[in-house]
Ligand binder design. Sequence first.
Ligand code: BDP
Length: 348
Amino acid sequence: MGDRIIRRGRGLASFPQPGLSRRQMIASGLSAMLLAGCSKASGTTFRVAEIHPSNYPTSMAITEMGRLIEGYSDGKLSMKLYAGGQLGEERDTLEMTTFGGIDMNRVSLGPLNSIEPMTNIPGLPFIFKNVAHMRDAMDGAPGRQVLRSLEPHGLIGLCFYDSGARSFYNTKRPIRKPEDMKGMKLRVQNSDLFVSLIQELGGNPTPMPLGEVYQSLVQGVIDGAENNWPSYFEGRHFEAAKYYSLTQHVIAPELLVMSRQRWEKLSASEQEIVRKSADESVPYMRKLWDLKTLDAEKAVRASGVEVNEVDDQQAFVDRVQPVWSEYIKTPAEQKLVDEIAEMGVDHA
Ligand code: BDP
């Protein structure tokens, strides 16, 4: 499945070294660097990778979690946040996390899709009716199942953070109906699910890391992308792509994961502290997220971006049905979809 993904290098570790893949080289180099900084006799510091700046809600939640961990462990455990993509783009840092080279990682669902098919389910277009539905489902049994599904891949799923609704933005024209997307070159995350989604809508999907989107918009390498208000704002994408169309096609959550190798070295009581601190960082994150979303939307609108509603959201829902058939393959996946749908009944 992952074969369809177009990988875009960032120039890291591009020198030849027989027998090692580029990612393995990055992983081994970074692991050495990180572990060297970690061997304090006084306690254990978890290194956390995060693509967003340190004042973004996910980063601030990680900082809060670090404060909690230190408190609960009497200073024996702590966390160090590497914000702003210092350790690399999500797909690479995720791989390093599975090897144990990075202790924790806050990622979007997208890059997990090629690792574990179960993560496609909460990323299906229009599966959640709204953010409240997503929160209920991810706080409940469906969320726990998705977190557990990561364990065979060397990852311990700690918690979900919010990511709001993702909508399309572009440099050309408002998108009111799927036909408006025809032929548009749209950046997507490194995820086959997102590639299929754009294809069904008639666009031309271009996977690339988040860090390359602004420049690619400015240079006309892509016509647009899709994201929530905070990322559209924080990445300054709104300066280059002046049309933001409220398709709200995906309400996928973010995840905080931990390296299983690292997890298994902790005592049961330390594991409990990590879980408890992660859980307690979630309501904190959600408060910040709601405020950040409002602020970002306000700033974007004030900047002169043309924001539009779509004519008929059902037209988009209908067009992406093949994505559902393509990604719900097993009875377990279907069951998860049904459970999530059932929880949506109370959400108008
Ligand atoms: C943002 C997520 C971030 C992803 C980014 C993306 O917070 O983790 O890297 O989208 O589109 O909303 O790549």
